[in-house]
Design a protein around this ligand. Structure first.
Ligand code: FAD
Length: 471
C-alpha cells in the first residue's frame, strides 16, 4: 500500500514535494519540546487548495490518515504523527500567500501556510494591525493559529484567534472543499461551521485559508509594571484598569517573583525597573487607535490611586517604544529562561480570574509537599484567567528524577482546576498530550458530543487520529 500511496501523492504534488526519509524529512519529524518522536509514512507539501483536495481524496482511497502541520510550534504534540504505516504529514508551508486585504471591510484573506509574522507585516503595510501576538510569530503559521485557536498576549482585548475569523476555506476528509471565505460579520443561516473548525487541531478538516478581522494600529500606548501587594491585589488592579480605561487594557500579565528571577538571571537584557520587593508583579499594556494622551493619563492616575490604597508597592509606566519593550522583555524572557533552568512540568490552565488567588494559595503548599525544593514558575495572562502554572525542577534534582513526578503533579494541578470548573487546556489545545486527561476530567456527555462531531465530519478517523478525541 505504501508504495502505491506514495506514487499517487507524487502524481499530485511532484516528486520533490513528497519526502519519505533523509535529512529533509527529519525537519518535519521533530517535536521541539522533545516530548514526542514523530513518525510518518511520508511528508507531502501541496501548493494550493486543489492539491490538498486531491491529496485527501487519495488518502481516502488508500485508507491513509492525514496529520496537518503548519509551523510545527505547537506545544501539545498535535502535529506529531505517530503511525509510520498509515499516517502522512500534510505540511502547509507552500500555501503562504496573502490573497487580499479589503480595507473598507477591515479584513485580510490569508492562506494557512503564511507565517503569522508575514501576515502581520502585510496588515501593517496596509495600515492595519493583526492582533494575534505570539512569541512564535516568525515560525507559526495561520493554519496552526486557527487550528489551535491560539491565544497569546493580547486576548484580553482582541479575543482568541477564533474571535477574528470571518470566514474559512476548508478541505473535508473526503477531499471536498468548503469555500466560506465570505468576510461576513453577520450570518445566522445555520450552525456556525467556522467555529467548529477553529480549535479542532486538524481532526475535522484541513484549513487552507481564512478571512480575519483587522484592527487599527494603536496611536496611544503605555506599559505599566507594578510590584503587587499580593495576587488578590493584581486581580483588583486589572479590573480597575479595565474600568478606568474604557476596557482598553490590551495585555495583562501576572508574574511570580520566581519567574522574574529566572528571567533576570537568564538574560542580561532583562533589567528590573526598581528594586524587587514583592512576591508578585503585574505587567499591563493599554492601547487605543484614537489620538491624544488621555489613555496614558488614565493609566497613570489609576496606578497612583492603587499605590495610595496599598494594592501596589512600586510601579513604573513607560510610553516610549524602547522603554515599553524593556518592560515586556521581563515577561517574554520567562519561557526561554525556564527552559534553561532544567526540566519543567507545565500546565496551561484557566479559571475565572476571581478564583485565581485562592487557587494559587491552595496549590502552593501542596506543590512543596509533593516535591521538596520545587520551583513554581508561575506567569500568564491574568486578564484572561489563563496561567502557565509551570513547575521547574529543584536546583539539586536531576531532570530524570523530577520527570518521575510528572503524572502525580499533573493530577494534583488538574484535579484542583477541574474541581473549580476551570480548563486544563486553556490556549495550547489538547493535541496528543492531554487526550486522556480530557476524558478523565470532562463530563461523559461532553465527550459524547465531541465524538459525535468527530464522527460526523471524519467517520473513518482519517484526520489526525489520536489527537483531541479518540473515537
Ligand atoms: P502546528 O504546530 O504545525 O500545528 C498545531 C495543530 O494544528 C496540530 O494539531 C496540527 O495538526 C493542526 N493544524 C496545523 N495547520 C492546520 C491546518 N491548516 N488545518 C487544520 N489543522 C491544522 N500558543 C498560544 O496559544 N499562545 C502563546 O502565547 C504561545 N506562545 C508560544 C511561544 C513560543 C516561543 C512557542 C514555540 C509556541 C507558542 N505557542 C503559543 C504555541 C504555538 O505557537 C501555537 O499553538 C500556534 O498557534 C501553533 O501554530 P503552528 O503553525 O506552529 O501549528
Amino acid at each position: 500500500m505504501a508504495d502505491e500511496l506514495i506514487d499517487a501523492l507524487v502524481d499530485i504534488v511532484g516528486a520533490g514535494q513528497v519526502l519519505t526519509g533523509g535529512e529533509q524529512a527529519e525537519r518535519y519529524l521533530t517535536e521541539w519540546r522533545g516530548a514526542f518522536k514523530p513518525r510518518a509514512a511520508a511528508i507531502v507539501r501541496p501548493a494550493d487548495v486543489d492539491e490538498i483536495s486531491r491529496v485527501l481524496a487519495v488518502a481516502a482511497r488508500f485508507n491513509a490518515a492525514i496529520v496537518a502541520q503548519a509551523g510545527n510550534t505547537g506545544t501539545v504534540g498535535g502535529s506529531a504523527a505517530d503511525d509510520p504505516r498509515r499516517q502522512v504529514i500534510l505540511n502547509l508551508q507552500r500555501l503562504n500567500r496573502v490573497r487580499e486585504i479589503d480595507a473598507d471591510n477591515a479584513t485580510i484573506t490569508v492562506e494557512a501556510g503564511c507565517t503569522l509574522a508575514d501576515a502581520q507585516r502585510a496588515a501593517d503595510n496596509a495600515g492595519f494591525y493583526l492582533p494575534i501576538q505570539l512569541a512564535s510569530a516568525e515560525r507559526c503559521r495561520i493554519g496552526g493559529n486557527l487550528a489551535t485557536n491560539a491565544g497569546g498576549l493580547n486576548v484580553v482585548h482582541y479575543g482568541n484567534t477564533r474571535d477574528l475569523v470571518l470566514g474559512l476555506e476548508v478541505v473535508l476528509a473526503d477531499g471536498r472543499v468548503w469555500d466560506n471565505l465570505t468576510g461576513l460579520r453577520k450570518d445566522n443561516s445555520g450552525y456556525d461551521l467556522n467555529d467548529l473548525f477553529v480549535g479542532s487541531e486538524g481532526t475535522l478538516g484541513i484549513i487552507s485559508a481564512a478571512v480575519l478581522e483587522l484592527a487599527d494600529p494603536p496611536r496611544q500606548r503605555a506599559v505599566a509594571f507594578c510590584a503587587l501587594a499580593d495576587v488578590q491585589s493584581g486581580v483588583a488592579l486589572q479590573s480597575r484598569l479595565q474600568r478606568e480605561t474604557g476596557r482598553h487594557v490590551v495585555g495583562c500579565e501576572l508574574i511570580s517573583a520566581q519567574a522574574l528571577t529566572l528571567a533576570c538571571d537568564y538574560s542580561a537584557e532583562c533589567r528590573m525597573p526598581f528594586t524587587p520587593h514583592s512576591d508578585w508583579y503585574l505587567l499591563a499594556e493599554v492601547a487605543i487607535s484614537a489620538a491624544g494622551d488621555w489613555l496614558i493619563r488614565a493609566c497613570e492616575s489609576t496606578l497612583a490611586e492603587a499605590a495610595r490604597q496599598g494594592l501596589i508597592v512600586n510601579h513604573v509606566v513607560a510610553d516610549a517604544p524602547g522603554a515599553m519593550a524593556d518592560l515586556w522583555r521581563l515577561r517574554t524572557s520567562i519561557p526561554p529562561a525556564q527552559s534553561a533552568a532544567g526540566a519543567s512540568i507545565k500546565h496551561d490552565i484557566s479559571l475565572p480570574v476571581s478564583k485565581l488567588p485562592a487557587f494559587i494559595a491552595d496549590m502552593t503548599p501542596r506543590l512543596y509537599a509533593a516535591v521538596s525544593g520545587i520551583r513554581p514558575c508561575i506567569f500568564g495572562h491574568i486578564g484572561d484567567g489563563n496561567l502557565h502554572f509551570n513547575l521547574t525542577r529543584p536546583v539539586d534534582m536531576s531532570d530524570t528524577d523530577f520527570r518521575a513526578h510528572e503524572a502525580g503533579l499533573h493530577r494534583l494541578v488538574h484535579d484542583r482546576v477541574a474541581a473549580l470548573r476551570g480548563s486544563i487546556a486553556a490556549e495550547h489545545g489538547v493535541g496528543r498530550l492531554k487526550v486522556d486527561e480530557i476524558v478523565r476530567l470532562k463530563a461523559p456527555v461532553e465527550i459524547d458530543m465531541l465524538r459525535a462531531v468527530k464522527k460526523a465530519l471524519d467517520p473513518d478517523n482519517r484526520l489526525n487520529p489520536g489527537a483531541v478525541v479518540r473515537i
